[in-house]
Design a binder for this molecule. Structure first.
Ligand code: NAD
Length: 298
């Protein structure tokens, strides 16, 4: 039987609708939530993500500014230019949230720059203070992609509570915070979590034991049908560009899941594109609104 394709577009639209109302309510107090996006270099995929974030901001009534730093030159000079933007935006009371679009140009070290961001404006939730609060179960900002995965599960009727969730990928952007979120004793979490990675032997042995399988490895087609338990829910976070001469632009976007085959086994599945990516943008804006409400003027 073919799986239900979870309608992430509809879920993201619902969340954006909720946000639009919240932004309108805040506007009545004379305040417009404002997001600043810092981009270094001209990575095409990053530019596309940033355009999407700005489009969604505009749709929900959130102001957004793009600060572009040239990607050529000495890494130290690029780093200094980014730091100057961060410091200025930290000090600007009209800016509620900022994100430093990753990846940065080669040899520009992201950690020290992220640590420069005022944690109250760190709407990506990457600052060590925010990452630590998340682990303690007292998150200030839930990182957008894992939060998006959680919302997909909850809003599609696949609450992770009491389920075995297997996550493939332990990055600090996706897999690790998602594992931390889903093990917590709270609504929309309360799962038993297994976190798999490149040193996991017999990956399929783990993935087949999942009620909910989240693929976040960045390896196109990694999850094949034989790795999925019949009836499982499969969330595909992966987005990779795969050469495809039949397409006008020369590539297509591929997830980590062999979609056609896995859809014959799973009970529910998310597509790529049109899946988790849409949710990531919506959840980022949730954090911007939260920042405006909690910290504007403080
Ligand atoms: P990353 O490269 O930082 O981390 C990948 C993780 O997967 C690592 O922990 C690694 O151990 C694990 N991994 C890689 N190959 C594996 C394998 N063969 N078996 C088991 N584990 C393996 O990547 P990331 O930033 O976490 O992103 C992962 C994917 O998700 C990428 O395709 C990225 O483009 C995508 N992504 C999508 C969104 C979205 O909004 N949909 C957001 C962020 C990242």
């Amino acid at each position: 039987m073919a799986a239900e394709i979870i309608d992430c577009k509809a879920i993201a639209a619902t969340i954006k609708g909720e946000l639009t109302k919240q932004v309108a309510a805040i506007a009545e107090e004379g305040l417009t939530p404002r997001l600043a996006v810092i981009v270094a270099g001209d990575d095409a995929a990053s530019a596309a993500y940033v355009r999407g974030k700005q489009r969604d901001s505009a749709e929900t009534g959130i102001a957004s500014d793009l600060w572009q730093v040239p990607g050529e030159g000495e890494p130290a000079a690029i780093e200094a230019a980014i730091r100057a933007h961060i410091e200025r935006l930290n000090a600007d009371p009209a800016v509620d949230g900022m994100i430093l679009q990753l990846p940065l140009p080669e040899d520009v070290y992201e950690d020290t720059l992220i640590e420069t961001i005022d944690p109250r404006k760190d709407v990506d939730g990457l600052h060590p203070e925010n990452a630590g609060l998340l682990v303690q179960g007292a998150a200030r900002y839930l990182p957008a992609t894992p939060h998006g995965v959680q919302q997909i599960l909850v809003r599609s009727g696949n609450d992770p509570g009491g389920k075995h969730v297997v996550i493939v990928g332990r990055s600090r952007l996706v897999g690790l915070p998602l594992a931390n979120m889903l093990v917590q004793k709270r609504a929309g979490a309360n799962a038993t979590v297994t976190l798999c990675h490149t040193s996991t032997p017999d990956l399929a042995g783990y993935t087949r034991a999942a009620d909910i399988l989240v693929a976040a490895a960045g390896v196109p087609g990694l999850i094949t049908a034989d790795m999925v338990r019949p009836g499982a829910v499969v969330i595909d976070v992966g987005i990779s560009r795969v050469d495809d001469p039949s397409r006008k632009r020369g590539y297509r976007l591929a997830g980590d899941v062999d979609f056609e085959a896995v859809a014959q086994v799973a009970r529910a599945i998310t597509p790529v594109p049109g899946g988790v990516g849409l949710m990531t943008r919506a959840m980022l804006l949730t954090n911007v609104v939260r920042a405006a409400r909690q910290f504007r003027g403080r």
